[in-house]
Design a protein around this ligand. Structure first.
Ligand SMILES: Cc1cc2nc3c(=O)[nH]c(=O)nc-3n(C[C@H](O)[C@H](O)[C@H](O)COP(=O)(O)OP(=O)(O)OC[C@H]3O[C@@H](n4cnc5c(N)ncnc54)[C@H](O)[C@@H]3O)c2cc1C
Length: 426
């Protein structure tokens, strides 16, 4: 239910219609409160975004239902008639042994598991610092471990907190949605009272009601749920008056890393096993992962994380394909250059409404996820992937946080969150 303009006064204004904002709006629906969702973009979904090219639904943001056996969005996808693909992810293998032999792949797997074991032990001892201090200095796989960090954190392990990395919860069950994860979030938001093209620039909290300045006029609200990506909160993209230095500092301690996707077509795709994986290089973090024939399609989905993603974004969208062509030619022979063609690449770092992909906690800042979501005056509530202590960086983490913030808002406005309907009770 997209609204042409926001109402002048509501009980709850939700800022942002990504996974967290949509979840919050759904949780508030049917409670008797008046609600509006104010979204800067011309679409619902935020970092969940599916486009259709070459007759295929391609996710530019989230694609995997991580921890799918516990993921509330997996249930909602099934209930909404979406097709769930349970093919196991290809990440842990290298389909051909050009770059790494099977023995080397096993050696790398053991090295990564040992690193994660050291992280868990250090976290259990209460130690904190950059996770990279737990690298084995003699291990030849450290660059590749950092390439994995690029994918997981959008940044190298030197920039990632030991305790925060250890706090991430993963059941290691990963599914996909054939019609697109972004399409699911969009569909779930369809019934919400969303105003598109409506960036919020300021929240005046000097009076008994909150006053929001938007591109489509002023909205008064008794409570606000803020779901902006952390880089935007830290940069005061929405200016609070008076300011909220604690919130801004917590957000700055949880910066967005960068992960980028490039979708390509490939001719003669049958030469490659369905849903298989190649890594470009083993000796540097500045490499990409290549998911061959995702869903069995004649396509390749390349994944760039951390520094290399930033560098290629800065060079412009065609740079992703040029880089991928070189790496794939190195692995598969120069003939591959004639068989692949670019379809689209994500540019989340340049996107003014995200400025990155997903958050990681800087060393020493594991506690900032809890700090980020501390309610302000019991009327400003914060939610998003970054406020999730265990599912940060994911769409379902954002979703659960949106529901949590909505429950807090309900309680603040005198309603019993437990006795009102919502997806969590559905
Ligand atoms: C390349 C990539 C791959 C990913 N892969 C996965 C994956 O496989 N699985 C997974 O679970 N997660 C994945 N993620 C992460 C997941 O997409 C995000 O964690 C999640 O979508 C974030 O949701 P959110 O609601 O916290 O934030 P967002 O989706 O960013 O929503 C915030 C909303 O606020 C809006 N906004 C910004 N500024 C304003 C303003 N001033 N006024 C009003 N509105 C504003 C934005 O437009 C946006 O719609 C991936 C992300 C990327 C980028």
């Amino acid at each position: 239910m997209s609204l042409a303009a926001p109402p002048s006064s509501v009980d709850v204004a939700v800022i942002g219609a990504g996974a967290a904002g949509v979840a919050a709006a759904r949780r508030l629906t049917g409670t008797g409160l008046s609600v509006v969702v104010l979204e800067a973009r011309d679409r619902i979904g935020g970092r969940a975004h599916t486009i259709v090219r070459e007759d295929h639904a391609l996710d530019l943001g989230c694609g995997w239902l991580h921890s799918a056996d516990e993921n509330p969005l997996a249930k909602l996808a099934g209930a909404a008639g979406f097709t769930i693909d349970r093919t196991p992810p290809p990440w842990e293998s290298q389909v051909f042994d050009h770059e790494m032999s099977a023995a080397e792949q096993a050696e790398f797997g053991a090295a990564f598991a040992a690193f994660e074991g050291r992280v868990a032990e250090a976290a259990a001892r209460g130690e904190e610092g950059p996770a990279s201090i737990l690298f084995d200095p003699d291990c030849r796989w450290n660059p590749r471990i950092d390439a994995i960090s690029g994918a997981l954190n959008g940044a190298r392990f030197a920039e990632v907190s030991i305790r925060d990395y250890d706090a991430y919860r993963d059941t290691e069950v990963n599914w996909r949605i054939v019609e697109g994860y972004g399409r699911l979030v969009e569909r779930l938001g369809t019934g919400a009272p969303v105003v598109l093209d409506c960036p919020v620039s300021r929240v005046d909290r000097t009076g008994p009601v909150l006053r929001l300045d938007t591109a489509r006029g002023r909205v008064e609200a008794r409570a606000v749920i803020l779901t902006l990506p952390t880089d935007l909160i830290a940069a005061e993209a929405v200016r609070f008056d008076p300011p909220l230095p604690d919130l801004m500092e917590a957000a700055a301690h949880l910066p967005l890393g960068l992960a980028s996707k490039l979708h390509m077509t490939v001719a003669g795709a049958d030469d490659f096993p369905k849903d298989s994986q190649l890594w470009g290089r083993a000796d540097t973090p500045d490499t990409a992962g290549y998911h061959l024939r995702p869903f069995g399609r004649p396509m390749i989905e390349a994944w760039f994380g951390g520094d290399i993603a930033r560098q290629l974004e800065a060079d412009g969208e065609p740079a992703f394909f040029a880089f991928a062509s070189d790496e794939l030619a190195n692995l598969l022979g120069s003939n591959i250059r004639k068989r692949i063609a670019p379809v689209t690449a994500s540019m989340w770092g340049a996107d003014p409404w995200s400025r990155g992909a997903y958050s990681h906690a800087l060393p020493g800042c594991a506690g900032d996820r809890v700090r980020l979501k501390a309610p302000v005056e019991n009327r400003i509530f914060i939610a998003g992937e970054a406020s999730s202590e265990h599912f940060y960086g994911t769409a379902h983490g954002a979703w659960l946080e949106g529901e949590r913030a909505a429950r807090e808002a309900l309680a603040a406005l005198g309603l019993d969150a437990g006795s009102t309907p919502g997806d969590d009770e559905a």
